[in-house]
Write a protein that binds this ligand. Structure first.
Ligand SMILES: Nc1ncnc2c1ncn2[C@@H]1O[C@H](COP(=O)(O)OP(=O)(O)OP(=O)(O)O)[C@@H](O)[C@H]1O
Ligand SMILES: [Mg+2]
Length: 243
């Protein structure tokens, strides 16, 4: 399989004095779902933001579909095939569902394909079609997460990065969101996601990484991570204990 994303020795941070990422290496092959796990503050969101060009990269390499993207402007990432759903504030609350989805396609000039993609989004998320005229700020948490994912997909990305897509959702909605993510992958989009919900995320993933203190500490096939006692103790057990 060819590489969608290659991250090597990535050092990044918000201020010149403090590096949050201290040498991270991850790979995502075309067509994969890869999950990044790790405790609060490990640097998971920072990793995704650094890839997206939103946090300064101080050293290391980030290659997207074989092109170096370090230093690329965030708004140009879309044209390179990268879309990103932030952990919070990921919809325009005052705009309608449909306007949110249309915003996702503003950089596209292929109007006919955009219209097709809008119809595809409503087929994937029938709930959003019902609510297309409602402002996104009035939706439930699960519906908002679907708007955020659908809006990112309206940019027609090849690689979609999701930061905690299941955060704060009920167990039934967690299952639904992960089922939708699997469908998105089946439609040909490669996925890199950050999750706290380790068991459910790994269940739909090919591979995973555990980040701690700004480094990738453990990596492997998703089923290996699920069976890894170190991972189990750190993340799976803790999460199960909370349920
Ligand atoms: N905008 C910011 N400015 C300065 N420091 C930040 C900023 N955002 C995050 N940090 C710091 O970077 C470190 C890593 O944060 P990050 O958000 O990447 O962690 P995370 O693994 O995503 O955690 P969580 O599971 O809580 O989402 C933390 O110490 C945090 O305080
Ligand atoms: Mg985070």
């Amino acid at each position: 399989m060819s590489a969608a994303l290659e991250v090597r020795e990535l050092v990044a941070g918000y201020t010149p004095e403090v590096n949050i990422l201290n040498g991270v290496a991850i790979d995502v092959a075309d067509g994969e779902i890869v999950t990044v796990l790790g405790p609060n503050g490990a640097g998971k969101s920072t990793l995704i933001k650094a890839i997206a060009g939103l946090v300064a990269v101080r050293a290391g390499q980030v290659r997207l579909f074989d092109d170096n993207i370090v230093g690329e402007q965030p708004h140009r990432m879309v044209r390179r095939g990268l879309a990103y759903v932030p952990q919070t504030h990921n919809v325009f609350p005052r705009l309608s569902v449909q306007e949110n989805l249309e915003m996702g396609a503003v950089a596209r000039r292929d109007a006919a394909a955009v219209a097709d993609d809008l119809a595809r989004m409503y087929a994937l998320f029938p709930r959003l079609k019902e609510r297309r005229r409602q402002s996104a700020g009035t939706l439930s948490g699960g519906e908002r997460q679907m708007v955020a994912v659908a809006r990112a997909l309206m940019a027609a990305p090849r690689l979609l990065m999701l930061d905690e897509p299941s955060a704060a959702l009920s167990p039934a909605l967690v299952s639904l969101v992960f089922a939708k993510i699997s469908e998105v992958r089946a439609s040909g989009v490669t996925i890199l996601m950050v999750e706290q919900n380790a068991t459910a995320a790994l269940a739909i993933s090919d591979r995973g990484y555990v980040l701690a203190d700004g480094r990738d500490r453990i990596s492997g096939a998703a089923r290996e991570l699920l069976a890894n006692p170190e991972v189990g103790e750190l993340y799976l057990g803790v999460r199960k204990g909370l349920k």
